[in-house]
Write a protein that binds this ligand. Sequence first.
Ligand code: SF4
Length: 323
Amino acid sequence: MSSQVTCNCCQKRNAVISLDYSGLDLCPQCFCELFERRVRKANRDFAMLRRGDRIVVGVSGGKDSAAMLHVLDKLAKKIGNITLVPVLVDEGIKGYREKAKKKAEALCKAHGYALTVYSFSDLSNHSLDQIIKLREKSQDPQFRTMGACAICGTLRKYLLNKAALKLKANKVAIGHNADDIGQTFLMNVLRADPDGVSRLGPVSENDEDGLTVPRIKPLIYVPERECAYYCELKGLSYHLGECPYAVEAFRGIVKDFLNDSEKKYPGIKFNVLKSYLNLRTQLEGSSSAKSNAKQPSGKCEKCGGKCAKKVCRACQVLEFLGK
Ligand code: SF4
């Protein structure tokens, strides 16, 4: 902030952050309290954390997961009898993931956790960099047209679930923030993918087969920009670089559109999030739809995981890689 403004909340300290969508100027302390209140609200609204939980926390080294681990650590201690198990998925992206991994290790160490790492190479004998080279040479039209993020996201989700099963966790926490949810919602609308919309919820359904560990999204009410502020103010270790494959993502176009719109019409990103949450409740026509993302009802014939087709997307990608 350029000139000195008093915090609108405590009316005492100097404001350092302007939240244009609400017109609030906040000091570091009041901002961090607001941030944590939003995570607690998400927890209350969607019943994310329970005593006795053992939660794999997806940590990438980035700002979102750093903020998530810090707040979940506080919340878990407050609720009691909750174990957090930070897990990093190393996709094998040269010049990017190694740096982020170091930051994630430092973050976990500072919070007293060991970081467990699962890598794409262990799963498929190929790093993401190698998979992308194979994709470019592939004769298979389905594989050749898959975006790097679609491949990466599919294998990452599969690996995190595998990690959760192996580590005997009953939940996986992922650092999707309000921007991510809004972007994914719009992407699903633009792709005419209503199933994608119904799977997007803040908490996924329990799986009676025990093969798909439910996912929770504690940052659903937190804008992306504020995760970075929070990390800075709390002195959390995080990596600022951008993945080299991000440029080819459709998400980038939707993200730019929402960021530009937010500048012109502050609050629009929250409106997209609200629209998504309202639409889900209305579409499903039940109160449970407010909290539970629908799992597909079929099973993958290769891995047995929940899947709308005969073979799930992760098993398809592994097939392309000869596994
Ligand atoms: Fe993976 Fe895409 Fe994210 Fe890079 S930007 S880490 S390729 S999902």
